[in-house]
Design a protein around this ligand. Structure first.
Ligand code: ATP
Length: 196
């Protein structure tokens, strides 16, 4: 049976960057954020549920109006909770199905909200990616060209990093001092040892 591994961390911690290194090692990665976006555009049952809660304006010509959705949930925590309560279970089920189709020793699900959405219950191991907050702010500002206030607002909606890392089985430190490739290789070997 395949070992199901999660990669998590706060916004801009470097989850995707770390996940891509595992991909280079031949490990398949499920990117939860991308999958959720795709499901919101293609899964008819999910679309109908979202329209019921957030209105017809959520879609234009069948495509999700992401900026409208962001504006709805950004300033209303209840709406964000509702959105997550609708989208997360569908994405988790989709990840589970995807995991079953993989043929490698282990496969990875990359997601920001693994513990917050209870997705860890479906995973055997979780890898946390940790980077200091000022560095995360700097990296996201460079990547997305958005204001520091907007990034901080998103950070504040996520579980506190130190708490999250304590829940993880392995932690990768992604600061400017430690190389991430050797850390990934060490975990890769530990996971293979765990299985074989
Ligand atoms: P999000 O939660 O917003 O999706 P993330 O945790 O997946 O973010 P990445 O997208 O991997 O984070 O990294 C954020 C930005 O920082 C990217 O532009 C990435 O290229 C850069 N970055 C990540 N790690 C490093 C590193 N070790 N050195 C230099 N740049 C890095």
């Amino acid at each position: 049976m395949i070992l199901k591994v999660g990669i998590t961390g706060g916004i801009g911690s470097g989850k995707s960057t770390v996940a891509k290194i595992f991909e280079v090692l031949g490990i398949p990665v499920f990117y939860a954020d991308d999958a959720a976006k795709e499901l919101m555009n293609k899964d008819e049952t999910l679309k109908q549920e979202l329209i019921k809660e957030f209105g017809n304006e959520l879609y234009s010509n069948g495509a999700l109006n992401r900026s409208y959705l962001s504006s709805l949930v950004f300033s209303d925590p209840k709406k964000l909770t509702l959105l997550n309560a609708i989208v997360h279970p569908v994405t988790i089920a989709n990840a589970e199905k995807w995991m079953q189709q993989q043929t490698t020793h282990y496969a990875i699900k990359e997601a920001a909200l693994i513990f917050e959405s209870d997705a860890h219950k479906q995973l055997d191991k979780v890898i946390g990616v940790f980077a200091p907050t000022p560095l995360r702010l700097q990296r996201v500002r460079q990547r997305d060209n958005i204001s520091e206030d907007a990034i901080v607002a998103r950070m504040n909606k996520q579980m506190e990093e130190e708490t999250k890392m304590k829940l993880c089985d392995y932690v990768i430190t992604n600061n400017d001092l430690e190389l991430i490739i050797p850390q990934v290789l060490k975990i890769h070997e530990a996971l293979l040892d765990f299985i074989i």
